[in-house]
Design a protein around this ligand. Structure first.
Ligand code: GCU
Length: 644
């Protein structure tokens, strides 16, 4: 008996250790109190439950719901030696306060504070498909296991492990302030709105709701035709309008807390109002009218090109399309625009949609999943890139923020252990865009790995340098879109396929020839610079004033042009590629030196160290491939020697 007990004890311990080291517990506290903490008091809600389970202190904690305590998700923490009081006007506010307190506890620094999120809408966008695949997903299959949910009479039964997994997911999101998710891909299947799937969506939504997370859906604009054989999806057709109204009523009957729709229309082959010669405003307003009585919203994406403005410089097309419609959208429509005008490149100038759309609320869409930043193989911390965006677009001008999720069913959720930092940083910045990249990195490293400064300091530095390193080896000086077709991982500067639209081809974007390289978007070229507000319009337009990190985005520049460093453009390009490669080598060295330290923190389990190590080796190889392929190719035009 005693032996069996000992065996179980050891087995439990091993299981705990294994779980702690495989990345599955993310940044969250893992050690649950053996019995619920008795010093935590307040009315019954998720915040109370979380604190009872994970608060370890002896100072009593009181949760107070106070209608006068600030709007929505805002909260106050008053901490002294006698008591810690959390006050908010809503249960979600209390939940954010609870996670804040737990975070402070984990970081060993409990202080009084008042917090209010910068954005009301802090959403993850999943690009998950019903067949379990994830568009641009690099962490396994979708976490939504539609087939593991069975319709039983009026109910949906979800396998217990799946329920637990969804709750873990919800908890992770709530802990960083995310308050909504769009469940499915913007390239949406009409089946998403079928009776069966809606009931399953409701079952997921019910699990998310206690964590303050609202559910939203991406819709396919032609759903009335695909699902109910209507002859048209014309947004001005009365039958179509009625169809959407009924569908929305049905959704709200199932899910009173439903949030609304995200729409990709007339973009990359998706149906939309343009199919009937109607405008984006016609389409968005039809949906907005159906959602309005229920308090729902429409997030209408501005990622459109190749339709009405075919032939125009792709980076200009969103403004050309949407600016004339500004002022025509219903109040519950928000325009959702990617941070840059092209497509989630490692560095882009901000999208001028944020300058030109003045009457309609805007939301920014960031990409957490690393489609163009090394996927789940490269260590690239994206907070510095997002902070760069906020240095051009005031958060106060935005209604909300969306991040394309990097989550899949991999054990560590995100494929690369360090990709978890991007999910974390997205949430933290969505709550407070003033936080520094450094503060977020430090906090994440401490919560996820160890408090040991000898680990946290060097890895914070690596994380902070990682984005610029990626830009250096993938797209120095503003080069862009020279990725291999379709999968967007490695380099393909020679990429050209006559059967593809020109604006998918790398050669169109770098425009390299014997005279120079870069895309002339100045007033002597496509005049994309004119879409920017001053001072950026003049700055970007002028070769001498244009920031060098965007030089080739806006200008076609001679190979022997003299850069600020005194080098020629060609030499500067070579130097950037070299620096990118050298940086990744350096990251790898740091990681190797940290092996004993991390192993100690991970109870001698080498798993996390090893998994990151393998990816860093791959990143080194891939950075070299970028340098070699690009310099060989561009060198065939410049006919200048490569720096060595
Ligand atoms: C990119 C991405 C697509 C995605 C699209 C979008 O082009 O490669 O997979 O569908 O963006 O944002 O709609």
């Amino acid at each position: 008996m005693k032996r069996l007990f000992l065996f179980l004890l050891v087995a439990c311990h091993l299981m705990l250790v294994a779980k702690a080291n495989d990345g599955s517990s993310l940044w969250l506290p893992t050690e649950r109190n053996a019995t619920p903490s008795k010093v935590v008091k307040g009315s019954k809600c998720k915040a109370l439950e979380e604190l009872k389970n994970f608060y370890k202190g002896s100072t009593p904690v009181l949760l107070r719901l106070d209608k006068k305590a600030g709007a929505g998700d805002a909260f106050r923490i008053a901490a002294d030696t006698q008591q810690i009081t959390l006050t908010a006007s809503t249960t979600s506010g209390l939940l954010y306060a609870a996670y804040d307190l737990l975070r402070m506890q984990q970081l060993g620094d409990i202080r009084s504070k008042e917090e209010q999120p910068a954005f009301d809408l802090r959403l993850l966008n999943h690009w998950d498909n019903l067949d379990g695949s994830v568009e641009r997903g690099y962490a396994g299959k979708s976490i939504w296991k539609w087939d593991d949910m069975q319709i039983v009479g009026k109910n949906v039964s979800i396998a217990p492990e799946l329920q637990q997994h969804i709750c873990d997911y919800a908890r992770a999101n709530a802990s960083i302030g995310i308050n909504g998710i769009v469940i499915n891909n913007v390239n949406a299947s009409p089946k998403m709105l079928s009776d069966e799937i809606l009931r399953k969506v409701k079952a997921i939504g019910d699990l998310l709701e206690p964590y303050g997370i609202r559910t939203y859906l991406s819709i396919n604009f032609a759903s009335p035709m695909a699902l109910d054989s209507l002859p048209t999806a014309d947004p001005l057709d009365s039958q179509v309008r009625l169809w959407w109204q009924k569908k929305v009523d049905e959704i709200y009957r199932l899910m009173p807390h439903f949030g609304g729709f995200l729409v990709k229309a007339n973009s990359e082959g998706q149906p939309g109002p343009g199919d009937y010669h109607r405008t984006h405003a016609d389409g968005a307003n039809m949906l907005a009218d159906a959602l309005q009585p229920h308090g729902g919203i429409v997030m209408w994406r501005c990622f459109v090109y190749g339709a009405n403005h075919k032939g125009e410089d792709r980076v200009k097309q969103a403004v050309s399309e949407f600016q004339p419609l500004d002022g025509q959208f219903r109040e519950n429509v928000i325009l959702q625009t990617k941070n840059g005008p092209l497509d989630f490149q490692p560095r882009e100038p901000y999208s001028p949609v944020f300058d030109q759309i003045k009457k309609t609320p805007n939301m920014v869409e960031l990409q957490i999943t690393q489609e163009y930043t090394g996927q789940s193989r490269h260590l690239v911390y994206l907070a510095p890139m997002w902070k760069e965006f906020f240095s051009y677009v005031e958060p106060a001008r935005l209604r909300g923020i969306a991040g394309v999720a990097n989550i899949g069913d991999d054990t560590n959720w995100c494929g690369h252990h360090f990709s978890q930092a991007n999910w974390y940083a997205f949430g933290r910045l969505a709550w407070n865009p003033q936080l520094t990249s450094e503060a977020i990195a430090r906090e994440w490293l401490q919560l996820t790995f160890t408090h040991d400064e000898n680990f946290v300091r060097p890895m914070t530095e690596v994380m902070l340098a990682s984005h610029e390193a990626c830009v250096d080896y993938m797209m120095p000086l503003g080069l862009h879109h020279i990725f291999q077709f379709d999968h967007h991982y490695g380099p393909d500067p020679a990429g050209f396929k006559p059967e593809y639209p020109l604006e998918w081809c790398p050669v169109y974007y770098h425009q390299a020839d014997t005279l120079g390289i870069g895309f002339n978007r100045s007033s002597t070229g496509t005049n994309a610079t004119s879409q920017y507000r001053e001072p950026y319009c003049s700055q970007y337009d002028n070769l001498a004033a244009c920031p060098e990190n965007l030089l080739l985005w806006f200008h076609h520049v001679p190979w022997d042009y003299q850069m600020k460093s005194g080098r020629t453009l060609w030499q500067e390009l070579c130097a950037h590629y070299d620096r990118g490669v050298a940086e990744v080598d350096r990251f790898h060295n740091v990681w190797q030196q940290l092996r004993p330290l991390l192993l100690r923190a991970d109870h001698n389990d080498p798993r996390r160290w090893q998994e990151v190590e393998e990816r860093l080796l791959h990143q080194q190889e891939n950075a070299r491939e970028w340098r070699q392929t690009c310099l060989d190719y561009f060198g065939s035009f410049s006919r200048m020697p490569q720096n060595q």
